[in-house]
Ligand binder design. Sequence first.
Ligand code: UT7
Length: 332
Amino acid sequence: MNTKILSSGMYVPNQVVTNFDLEKIMETNDEWIQQRSGIKERRWVEPGIDTTLSMATVASKQALDRAHLNVDEIDMIIFGALVTDYVFPGTGVLLQESLGFSKTVPALDIRNQCSGFIYALSVADAWIRSGMYKKILIVGSEIHSTSIDKTTRGRDISVLFGDGAGAMIVEACADEKSKILSTVLHSEGKGSSVLCLKKPSSNDSPRIQISGDFDLELYPQMEGRLVFKNAVTRMSEAILEVCSNTNTSPDDIDFVIAHQANLRINQMVLDNLKIPHSKTHNTLQKYGNTTMATIPITFDEAVLEGKIQRGDLVALVAFGAGFTWGATLLRY
Ligand code: UT7
C-alpha cells in the first residue's frame, strides 16, 4: 500500500492584523516588515472566540467534507501545536471528542514546531505502508498571538507569526499514480536555544510565578539571522536528499510547498535549486508564519487555486525551531 493525499482543509481567525496595525503598538513599519519578510498581514485570534482546538475542529471538518468522509472512517489522529488548550492532555484527544468520533481511535500529539507537519506526515505514511491504519487525519493548529511580546522589545518575532489551522487526510492506496515517494527528517539540538520559548519550564515550581518582575523567558526568543541562514541551507539540502532518494532532479519537480517563515528564505531555496519562483505558492503575505499549520494551509490554497494538479510531482519542505527540518517528495 502507498500513501495518497485525499483532502485538506484550513481555518484562520477573522481578525486581520496588518503591518500598519502593528505600527500603532510597537516601533516597526510596513516597509521594514515587507522588505525583510514579505509579510503584509496576519490573523490573530480574538479572546474568547478561537482556541487551538476550535480552529483544529473547523479545519478537520473541512478536510472530512471535501473527502466525503464520515468521521468514523478515520482510523487515527496526529495532532501538533506549540501552544495547546491544556498543558496536558494533548489536544489530539480533545479533537477526537470535538469531532464526535464514536470509536476510540488513537490520538498522537507531536511537537516539532515548523517542521511538525513533515514529521507527522512521515509517521502517517509509515503506519499506512505497514498496514496498521488506512485513513489518518493530520492537523496543525497554532495560536501564537497570545504568547508573543507585542512591544518594540519583541518586534523581531511578533511581526512574523500568525494564528491558524490546517488539516490533511491521507489514505492507503494501491494505485501507483498518487503516493508519497520519499521523506527525510533531521534535527540538530545545538540550535535549540536559537529559537525557543523557555518558560514555563519543568524546573519551575510552581510552573508560573505571579509575583515580582515579569519573567521575559515567558516570551519566545530568536536569533533571526542564524535561523535564516540555517533555514536556507537545510531546506535546500532536504529537497536535494529526497530527489537523490528517488533518482529525480529538482528540475523534475512541478511544485514546491515550503514552510512560510520568510519570503526571502523561500526564494533563496528555489534559487539554490534553480526552480522557477512560479512553481510555488506563498501564503505568508496574508497569514505570516503559522508553524505546523503552514504546510497544510498553503497546500490547501494551492490545490483550490488549481496550482497543483493530480499527478504533479510535489515537494513539501520545512525548517524550524529545534532545529528540526525535513522534506517530502510525493506524486499528488
Ligand atoms: O521557521 C523558523 C521561524 N523563523 C524564521 O525563519 C526567521 C528567520 N529570520 C528572519 O526571518 C530574519 O532574520 C528577520 C525577519 C527576523 C530579521 O531580518 P534581518 O534582515 O535578519 O534583520 P536583523 O535581525 O539583522 O535586524 C536589522 C535591524 C535591527 O536594528 P539595528 O540593530 O540594525 O539598528 C533590528 O533591531 O532591524 C531591527 N528590527 C526591526 N525594525 C523594525 C528588528 N525587528 C524589527 C521590526 N521592525 N519588526
